[in-house]
Ligand binder design. Structure first.
Ligand SMILES: Nc1ncnc2c1ncn2[C@@H]1O[C@H](COP(=O)(O)OP(=O)(O)OP(=O)(O)O)[C@@H](O)[C@H]1O
Ligand SMILES: [Mg+2]
Length: 433
């Protein structure tokens, strides 16, 4: 605290002194110029009066006349020989030429009485003392003001320091793994915005660790089922069960584990902030037909509707990840739908829309948001033989976010679920390029 206080206090004092000296200097300079102007006027008038008085009198009585005038004039006046003072060459010439000159060291004004070797000497004038000299009272005043600045600095620093210590304490606790800590600062505290940011961060970290933990629990749970099945099959093999059926089952279980790991790694890859999709112009119609042909293997053909208004629509997307999006949504439609699947492509106002519709039971509105999170499934899908790991839609959501777009779960005109994928892209006619 002491070090912080001293640094801050010294900065304040240095700034104060610098500004006091600059402003004081400018002010004094201005006053000095005005004073000089008035004094010159006064002295010029006084010199004219003196010289007029002496003009008609013989030189022999000038001294006694000056003594008489002295009491009546506002400044001391004297008659001296021209060489009575040591002057600079410039001043000497100016004096000889009849100018009024100021001898700064002596604080006097001199003027030669025309056609004589004598001059009128006015002064010394005490208030001609240079105004920019810093006097003792000035220094004492400055020191007192600098000392007084310490009080507001201290008053400001104390609560600041107290809040800073509180924040440091809470950060240390958070560093030790206690994510439930929160900084309680007064609303008036200068550190209140930092406190809110800290609390938000602690809240996010708490949620993140909780969701990570949930995910690890979910993965462990999902790995357990095929592992338990494999153990059972192994025991069956040992007990003499037909090897062919058991090994085929074990291969399926291994494949399921492999798929879970693969999906999980894909999701983690997409979550990384530095991960970037490779958006390229794609001829959508032939590409979608090819994909749907592959996905329909062994099943019913999946019709495609092109509602873009162009025969050969050209859009920008990452073909690899868009094909994963399509296979995830179509495999869901196959698994949970009612047997009919339709895909349609549209484009409106710079946004492409790819809809995957089915005629299954659909997805209740209250569940739609949740199902976009990893490992979330509808009740029933978990234990059904058709149920997956709950990663498919989370991957779709991530890919669409990477495209700058989103996924919306809606009601399908076919009666089941509609997975509507949107992303911003230009639309061109491939036949015209
Ligand atoms: N077309 C659909 N109709 C009805 N329910 C659906 C549909 N698509 C998804 N769901 C529900 O949403 C859940 C989450 O889907 P998601 O694709 O994320 O996971 P999954 O299919 O269970 O597993 P994975 O895709 O990882 O193999 C599914 O378990 C299912 O309950
Ligand atoms: Mg799925």
């Amino acid at each position: 605290m002491r070090q912080l206080f001293l640094r801050f206090y010294l900065t304040v004092v240095v700034c104060f002194l610098a500004s006091a000296l600059i402003i004081g200097g400018l002010y004094k300079h201005m006053i000095e110029r005005i004073n000089q102007h008035y004094l010159t006027d006064i002295f010029q008038t006084t010199i004219s009066i003196v010289e007029e008085e002496l003009g008609d009198l013989p030189q022999s009585i000038w001294h006694s006349e000056i003594s008489r005038l002295r009491g009546k004039l506002p400044v001391p006046v004297e008659i001296e020989q021209l060489d009575a003072y040591t002057l600079s060459p410039g001043n000497r010439t100016a004096l000889a030429d009849g100018d009024i000159i100021l001898v700064e060291d002596e604080d006097i004004y001199l003027h030669r009485i025309p056609e004589t070797n004598l001059m009128v000497v006015l002064g010394p004038v005490p208030y001609l003392n240079r105004l920019d000299n810093i006097s003792w009272p000035d220094i004492v005043g400055l020191v007192l003001m600098c000392a007084a600045l310490g009080i507001p600095t201290w008053l400001w620093m104390r609560p600041f320091w107290r809040d800073l210590l509180a924040l440091i304490r809470q950060s240390r606790k958070m560093g030790n793994g206690d994510f439930a800590v929160r900084a309680v600062l007064s609303e008036n505290s200068a550190l209140s915005p930092l406190g809110s940011t800290f609390n938000r961060m602690a809240h996010d970290v708490e949620e993140l660790t909780a969701s990570r933990q949930q995910m690890i629990d979910a993965i462990s749970h999902d790995l357990r089922t095929p592992l338990a099945r494999m153990r059972y099959r192994l025991e069956a093999l040992k007990a003499g069960a037909p090897a062919e059926a058991q090994t085929a089952g074990m291969e399926r279980d291994l494949e399921a584990i492999d798929q879970l790991v693969e999906e999980w790694l894909t999701l983690r890859k997409l979550e990384r902030s530095q991960f970037k999709l490779e958006l390229q112009p794609m001829e959508m119609q032939p590409w979608l037909e090819r994909q749907l042909g592959e996905l329909a293997v062994g099943g019913v053909a999946i019709p495609l509707e092109n509602a873009t208004g162009l025969r050969a629509p050209l859009m920008e997307a990452d073909s690899y990840y868009l094909s994963r999006v399509l296979s995830n949504t179509i495999s869901n439609a196959k698994r949970y739908g009612g047997g009919r699947i339709e895909v349609s492509l549209g484009w409106h106002d710079g946004v492409a829309t790819l809809n995957v519709d089915d005629n299954g039971p659909g997805i209740p509105e209250s569940e739609r948001e949740r199902l976009l999170q990893p490992f979330e499934r509808l009740e029933g899908s978990r234990n059904r033989s058709t149920g997956g790991y709950g990663l498919g839609l989370a991957i779709v959501a991530m890919v669409m976010r990477g495209h700058g777009g989103d996924i919306r779960i809606e009601d399908s005109p076919l009666g089941g679920a509609r997975i509507a994928l949107h992303w911003p892209t230009s639309l061109k006619d491939a036949n015209r390029i």
